[in-house]
Design a protein. Structure first.
Length: 206
């Protein structure tokens, strides 16, 4: 595969997004946003009162890419496009973020058990004064999960850095009966949409 001829900055700590960008030959450098410091995080992921899931994921992604752009300028780094993304899991219009405890992860998985939920991933690319952004939505149908299965899964490290308390690329793939949408979007970076945005920013994929 021939790599693109221009580097980007990835404003994300997700190892899955790194893996997916490498899959399509994108040359990138990490541009890490601050998560915990005495001044607080660069971008908070709190849901605003009455905020719908699609609005939430679009807003957070927009804030992440803008913050990444400002960090690039403040650090006097070479100018490259910035890519940021955010993923959320939604069921019954309720946003499921990353669980903070075993109990929270168990409750999320119990809510998803035997039902179909939505995974929304928003991607944004900023280059100069221009920003391109899109949100991809997928439907994911879970089988019924026993309490023993949920407890066993929550005893692993998988649920705790992922929206909705599961990762499709891990053991939780065995929970999924059907998906309608983008497998890579459910992982955290829909590659078709991402490639389209990068090309609009002037990068060449092939």
């Amino acid at each position: 595969m021939k790599p693109i001829d221009q580097k980007i900055y990835l404003a994300s700590k997700s190892p899955r997004r790194r893996e997916l960008l490498r899959q399509i030959g994108v040359d990138f450098a990490l541009l890490m946003l601050r998560e915990q410091a005495f001044r607080g995080p660069d971008v908070t992921e709190l849901v605003l009162p009455g905020e719908h899931a699609a609005d939430y994921v679009a807003r957070v992604t927009r804030e992440k890419v803008a913050c990444g752009h400002q960090i690039m300028l403040a650090r006097k780094l070479p100018i490259h496009p910035i890519l940021a993304a955010d993923t959320t899991v939604v069921i019954d219009d309720r946003i499921l973020g990353k669980p903070a405890s075993h109990a929270e992860a168990s409750a999320m998985l119990a809510a998803l058990s035997g039902r179909t939920h939505q995974v929304l991933t928003c991607v944004a690319v900023q280059h100069g004064d221009d920003t391109w952004q899109t949100t991809q939505s997928s439907d994911v149908a879970f089988c019924r999960l026993s309490k023993q299965t949920i407890d066993a899964y929550c005893a692993t490290s998988e649920p705790y850095d992922k929206a909705g308390a599961y990762g499709i690329q891990g053991v939780a793939a065995s929970f999924i009966e059907q998906i309608a949408g983008s497998y890579t979007g459910i992982m955290g970076l829909p590659l078709f949409e991402t490639a389209q945005l990068l090309q609009r920013a002037g990068l060449r994929i092939l």
